[in-house]
Ligand binder design. Structure first.
Ligand code: ADP
Ligand code: MG
Length: 433
């Protein structure tokens, strides 16, 4: 996706801000709920020893942490790592809260689940699993150490746990907590992945809409201009032809006229081609087998003498995917992308072409090269007509790809990492048959 990465980063940034806000809010509420019984000593609280003092410290710690997070957030480059650190610290804080409020008998064990839920919202499925594991390890470790009398819950005797409960019950509760943690992580992981893919689709559509709008404006103007070139060109060739018939034969003049005719012809095909792609329309759409057309174009490309040097072309084409598109248009799209990949590689490297079924009844084609890739800045303008970083480039290649694919109701995504390479993915609606 063109600016997919920056959008994902923005999204994460927004989520982190909310996370910091809610954590601070939680700190304030905790602080408030501690201050009430401290100010009214007549209130009977079933908390052991100096639990309140420790809770006070923890809530102050949370508030201090929140302030630190707010201050460093604008300076953080690796937001995902920052998110992991935050929720990791949160699990530790929860363990502390559980420990000072009665440990094994604490009613706050459920707070692990809360951390897991928001951890998956920020770090997605894999993050959720990591955090769930972290919670289980901490809880298990705490209970274990207590059982063997190495640490003592506040205000209790050394062998409180082993004396107060039988171990099958302890194991039972431990297992229950672990199962609950992973169950919640799985469920919220599933939901967060769905949210992520829905968001990606939405961003891809938004980007595409914007690009199509820009193209439409420029395309309209350029198409008008191309039209204006066609007419004088036609009269030019017509006149030359008439002169050819009327003048006496002179080999030198004949040669010059041939040149004029040939160049005028070339110009005319160029303009016709351009018009076809500036206003592609649905063309002569027909149902085609994707792997067939792709392997045909890749075969032609691989035998193109210009790119036979050190470039290796690999394919992985799933069979049986049909789409409805003008095959000529599709060939043009593939050519443009393959040429871009080859030009980026500068005679050495690898291109991989894949055809595979995508989500939501899509058929996908991806073209990956391990070339120099593009930075964020270039990536945001590659689809602009006439944008090119090449000395002889027209800058129309990707605009045409965008225009053609968009006209057939498909989507174009680019994912590129500097020094790693570029993947362009085309998603088209599958046609049954
Ligand atoms: P042109 O190829 O004529 O420059 P395109 O629209 O095809 O025009 O591409 C626009 C620009 O996008 C290129 O000039 C190049 O900077 C960048 N680009 C396109 N494909 C790739 C790729 N596979 N790797 C790196 N840069 C690319
Ligand atoms: Mg190009």
């Amino acid at each position: 996706m063109v600016s997919f990465r920056s959008k994902a980063a923005q999204d994460l940034h927004r989520k982190l801000k909310w996370l910091i806000f809610f954590r601070a809010l939680f700190g304030v509420v905790l602080l408030g709920s501690i201050l009430v019984p401290i100010m009214r000593p007549d209130m009977e609280l079933h908390l052991a020893g100096r639990a309140l003092d420790y809770l006070l410290l923890i809530s102050l710690g949370i508030l201090v942490l929140s302030v630190v997070y707010v201050i460093v957030l604008p300076w953080i480059g690796r937001l995902m790592l920052f998110a992991y650190i935050q929720v990791g610290i949160d699990t530790f804080l929860v363990t502390l809260i559980i420990f000072v409020t009665g440990s094994f008998s604490s009613i706050f064990a459920f707070m692990y689940l809360v951390v897991i839920v928001y951890a998956t919202m920020v770090t997605y499925r894999s993050g959720g699993m990591v955090i769930a594991t972290l919670c289980c390890i901490q809880y298990g470790l705490m209970i274990d150490l207590e059982y063997y009398g190495i640490i003592h819950p506040l205000g209790y005797e050394a062998d409180f746990l082993s004396a107060g409960y039988d171990w099958p019950y302890i194991i039972y509760k431990l297992l229950l907590t672990i199962v609950a943690c992973y169950a919640v992580a799985t469920l919220s992981g599933f939901l967060s992945e769905q949210e992520r893919s829905a968001k990606r689709d939405l961003w891809a559509m938004e980007d595409q809409m914007k690009r199509m709008e820009r193209l439409a404006a420029v395309g309209e103007m350029a198409a008008g201009l191309a039209h204006e070139i066609k007419n004088p060109l036609a009269s030019l060739t017509g006149s030359i032809q008439m002169m050819q018939d009327q003048l006496d034969y002179d080999p030198e003049q004949e040669r010059l006229m041939q040149i004029v005719m040939r160049e005028a012809d070339r110009l005319s095909t160029l303009v016709t081609d351009f018009l076809r792609f500036a206003k592609p329309g649905p063309g002569n759409a027909e149902v085609i087998r994707l792997d067939g057309v792709v392997s045909e174009v890749v075969g032609l490309f691989a035998s193109d003498p210009r790119y036979q040097s050190e470039i290796e072309v690999k394919t992985d084409l799933a069979a049986g995917l049909h789409v409805k598109i003008d095959p000529e248009h599709l060939r043009q799209v593939l050519w443009n992308l393959l040429y871009n990949a080859a030009e980026a590689l500068e005679d050495r490297g690898e291109i991989e072409v894949k055809v595979y079924p995508g989500r939501k009844n899509h058929a996908c084609i991806s073209i990956t090269d391990n070339g120099p890739g593009m930075d964020e800045q270039t990536l945001s303008t590659v689809f602009d007509p006439f944008f090119s970083t090449k000395s002889g480039g027209t800058g129309l290649g990707l605009s045409i790809v965008q225009q053609v694919v968009g006209a057939h109701g498909g989507l174009v995504d680019i994912d590129s990492t500097p020094d790693r390479g570029t993947t362009v993915t085309i998603r088209l609606r599958r046609h049954p048959s």
